[in-house]
Write a protein that binds this ligand. Structure first.
Ligand SMILES: *Cc1c(COP(=O)(O)O)cnc(C)c1O
Length: 378
C-alpha cells in the first residue's frame, strides 16, 4: 500500500542514534542544544526550543503568550486539531476564522473581523506547506497588539518572499512526526527571535523549573524553584541525533517533494474535474501534502467510494482535514458547528490528499495519476 506520507530513514540516521545510546547522555545532553542551534540557524531565527511533540510545542507557545481564561485566540478550521487544542489546554477560547477558497489558508480579512477586546493571539497554519499571508497577518497583529504564532508543522523549508518560514512570526512551531518533512519519531520545536519567550518555553518543558541541571551543576548547588506549572515535554538526545542527521537531508527531501508536486500539477492541468489548490507567486511551497479539490457532487461520485477503489489498487489517499469546529468536542464545549466557516465546510467536501514523500518513485506517481483519472472519468 502506498501511504500518503512516510519517513525516510537511512543507515547513517540509525548510526547517529546508536552512537548516542552508547554515550553518557540519553536526555537533556549535548545533542539537544546542538539540534536547537542547527535548526535555528537553518530557519534564520535567534532561538529554537525543542520538545517531545509538535503539540507540546504549540502548547508551549500558548504558555509563553500568556493565554488564560477569557482570552481568545484566532485559529483556522482547516488544520490538525492540535492547532486549536493548544488554546484549550491553557483555558483560552479558540475562535475559528474562515479560510480563502483557493489555498485554504486563514483569510486575513476575516481574522481582522473576528478580533474583539478579548483577542490575545493569532495562530496561522501554513496548510499543506504553503506559507500563510505573513505580511498581512503580522501587520494585523502589530496594529491590535496580538501575538502572532505560526503553526508551520507542514512547512519546514518553505519560504515567503524569499524568507524562510520560522523567522516570520513571533513564534513558529514545527513537528517531527514521521509523516512530516524530517522526523525524530515524535518531536517538535519552536523558533523565535524573542529571548523571553524562549526562556519561558524552556522552563515550561521542564516542569516550570527555572534553572536546569546544567546551571545547577555550574553553581555547585542543589537548589531550584518551580515558579509556574510546567510539564515534562523534554525530548531525548538520541531523538535529537536523529533530527540533526535528518536536517542535513532536508534539501534533498524537499527537492523530491517539489518534483512530485510538479508532476501531479502537469498531469492534472488538462483534467477539469481535478483542481489542485493554488500556489501564490511569492512563496516557495514545501508540499507536506498534495491537496486537490474534486467536485464530487457534480461528478456524481462518492468520495468514500473513490477512497475504497484506490485502496483496492494499493493507493491510500487521505483527507486533511475535517474542519476542527465540527468535531463533537468543539461543538459541545463552544456551541459551534455548521455555518461558522462556510468556505472551509464546502472545501472539506471536495478535498483529497494524494501520496507525497521523498521515497515515492516516478512509477508510483504515474500509477496514482492514472488510477485517479480513470476512476474519476469512468
Ligand atoms: C502534525 C501537526 C501538529 C502536531 O504535531 P505532533 O508532532 O503530531 O504533535 C500540529 N499542527 C499541524 C498542522 C500538524 O500537521
Amino acid at each position: 500500500m502506498i501511504p500518503y506520507s512516510r519517513q525516510t530513514i537511512d543507515e547513517d540516521d540509525i548510526e547517529a542514534v546508536v552512537e548516542v545510546l552508547r554515550s553518557a547522555w540519553l536526555t537533556t545532553g549535548p545533542k539537544v542544544s546542538e539540534f536547537e542551534e542547527l535548526f535555528a540557524q537553518f530557519v534564520g531565527a535567534k532561538h529554537a526550543v525543542v520538545v517531545n511533540s509538535g503539540t507540546a510545542a504549540l502548547h508551549a507557545t500558548m504558555f509563553a503568550a500568556g493565554i488564560g481564561p477569557d482570552d481568545e485566540v484566532i485559529v483556522p478550521p482547516i488544520t490538525f486539531a492540535a492547532s486549536a487544542n493548544c488554546v484549550v489546554y491553557q483555558g483560552g477560547t479558540p475562535i475559528f476564522s474562515d479560510v480563502k477558497t483557493n489555498t485554504l489558508l486563514i483569510d486575513p480579512e476575516k481574522v481582522e473581523s473576528n478580533i474583539t477586546s478579548n483577542t490575545k493571539a493569532i495562530i496561522a497554519v501554513d496548510y499543506a506547506g504553503h506559507p500563510c499571508d505573513y505580511d498581512s497577518l503580522r501587520k494585523i497583529a502589530e496594529e491590535h497588539h496580538l501575538i502572532f504564532v505560526a503553526d508551520a508543522c507542514h512547512a519546514l523549508g518553505a519560504e515567503y518572499e524569499g524568507n524562510k518560514v520560522g523567522s516570520l512570526a513571533d513564534m513558529t512551531v514545527f513537528s517531527f512526526h514521521p509523516v512530516k518533512h524530517i522526523t525524530t519519531g515524535e518531536g517538535g520545536i519552536i523558533t523565535t527571535d524573542n529571548a523571553n519567550y524562549a526562556n519561558q518555553m524552556r522552563t515550561f518543558r521542564n516542569h516550570g523549573i527555572t534553572i536546569d541541571h546544567h546551571q545547577r551543576n555550574k553553581q555547585g548547588s542543589w537548589f531550584y524553584e518551580i515558579e509556574e506549572l510546567g510539564y515534562n515535554f523534554r525530548i531525548t538526545d538520541f531523538q535529537c541525533a536523529l533530527g540533526i542527521s535528518q536536517l542535513l537531508k532536508l534539501p534533498k527531501f524537499l527537492e523530491r517533494r517539489l518534483k512530485i508536486a510538479q508532476h501531479y500539477k502537469e498531469a492534472f492541468a488538462s483534467i477539469k474535474e481535478i483542481s489542485p489548490l493554488s500556489v501564490d507567486h511569492n512563496v516557495k511551497h514545501a508540499f507536506h501534502l498534495y491537496v486537490t479539490k474534486v467536485d464530487f457532487k457534480k461528478l456524481g461520485i462518492d468520495r468514500a467510494i473513490l477512497f475504497t477503489k484506490l485502496r483496492e489498487k494499493g493507493i491510500a489517499i487521505n483527507v486533511h482535514y475535517i474542519p476542527v469546529h465540527l468535531h463533537p468536542f468543539y461543538r459541545k464545549k463552544y456551541n459551534v458547528g455548521l455555518g461558522l466557516c462556510p468556505i472551509a465546510e464546502a472545501a472539506y467536501k471536495q478535498i483529497i490528499s494524494l501520496p507525497i514523500f521523498p521515497t515515492l518513485n516516478d512509477d508510483d506517481v504515474e500509477k496514482i495519476i492514472k488510477s485517479l483519472i480513470e476512476l474519476i472519468s469512468g
